[in-house]
Design a protein around this ligand. Structure first.
Ligand SMILES: [Mg+2]
Length: 367
């Protein structure tokens, strides 16, 4: 192997995968999910990274980010990250641009680990062998039977001791159904499994407080985005009045976003998504920032992209075992992990341990 290989090229593709049933949360409905995949090549080795984002992210990577990283030393991921951040100044980093950067950054960390023949969590410096997960789905579109079956699968069959359902249905106009579904969930999972809820900004602050007061007997431990994650005073207002930990941060793409959230005392736990926040390089910064505020960090979505950096994050709480992404990652990759017992053990194979099942991916390719 060349002892100091340069990044040769980024191969970018996008895939649209229909959901296995209609899905909705408090403020959004969807029937398919798009994955944008990056394969970074250096020294005869390929690293894999991805994000769940509009297909336009693929063009952003080809036009803006590839020229910023091709030719740089493959081992200098920090240099590539800085170069990407500099290259998008005029395109503006928040949103899809940040998601595109994340996919490339993750592919470069995977590439480096594979070049060094190290598991990615060992390259990053693991602090734990197992990464706790929570089952996540519980869409508002599910009928009672579908919700029960999904919760039973996680809590009873796979023995995952934490599960999350969506509430805030139809922008908070179905509060009675929200309450009924939370009661159903508690009944299905029994008293010992932790129950989490995510309103996806479907409520006002006062409304969220009223709903959580009404279900106080259900011992709900996690209330995600009761109001918009940009409404820091609203999050703080809810946080002051409910027993559950208030969490937000899944859309963040830079450190200042998280600093504002921490400065406002808006949450009990920071959420970050390694496929959105700027990749592994930026995740580590977000985690350190949270730690300085005495907060833990929870991983949002993309579990097989997140598990390695989660294992290397001291103040890590848990990772979202999200139904849609678990399904897609299991379809697309060999090397996927088993959440039985409520934790993932990162692969001992080089890099992120994933390999592409190209024949299974091709039918879904859109770019
Ligand atoms: Mg959420």
């Amino acid at each position: 192997m060349d002892s100091d290989p340069a990044i040769e090229r980024l191969e970018v593709s996008a895939y649209r995968v229909p959901t296995d049933a209609p899905e909705a949360d408090g403020t959004f409905a969807w029937d398919s999910t798009i994955m944008v995949l990056v394969q970074a090549q250096a020294g005869g080795t390929t690293g894999i990274g991805f994000t769940y984002a509009p297909a336009a992210s693929a063009s952003l990577i080809t036009e803006l980010l590839a020229p910023a990283v091709v030719g740089l030393p493959a081992f200098d991921v920090g240099r590539a990250s800085s170069s990407m951040l500099q290259s998008v100044r005029n395109a503006n980093r928040p949103g899809t641009v940040g998601y595109a950067i994340s996919a490339v950054d993750c592919s470069l960390w995977d590439l480096k680990a594979r070049l060094l023949e190290l598991p990615l969590h060992r390259l990053l410096g693991a602090v734990r062998d197992k990464v706790p997960v929570y089952g996540s789905g519980g869409f508002t579109t599910y009928d009672d039977r579908h919700l029960s079956a999904q919760l039973t699968g996680w809590a009873l069959e796979q023995a995952i001791p934490r599960v999350k359902i969506k509430i805030g249905e139809s922008a908070g106009t179905r509060m009675d159904r929200d309450v009924a579904r939370m009661r159903q969930a508690r009944k299905v999972i029994g008293p010992d499994v932790e129950l989490f809820v995510d309103a996806n900004a479907g409520y006002s602050a006062k409304q969220a407080i009223r709903v959580m007061t009404e279900v106080r007997d259900l011992d709900i431990r996690w209330l995600e985005e009761p109001v918009s994650s940009d409404n820091l005073t609203g999050l703080r207002e809810v946080r002051d009045k409910v027993d559950a930990d208030v969490a937000a941060g899944e859309y963040g793409t830079d450190l200042l976003y998280y600093r504002r959230m921490c400065d406002a005392d808006a949450v009990d736990c920071i959420q970050a998504d390694v496929s959105r926040c700027g990749g592994i390089t930026q995740w580590l910064g977000v985690a350190s920032l949270a730690e300085a505020y005495g907060l833990e960090i929870s991983g949002h979505c993309a579990p097989h992209l997140s598990v390695h950096v989660a294992a290397a994050t001291p103040n890590f709480r848990h990772l979202e075992w999200f139904h849609d992404h678990v399904r897609i990652e299991t379809m697309f990759f060999d090397g996927c992990l088993d959440p039985a017992g409520g934790a993932l053990t990162p692969s001992a194979s080089p890099g992120n341990g994933l390999s592409l099942r190209k024949a299974d991916m091709d039918p879904y390719r859109i770019a």
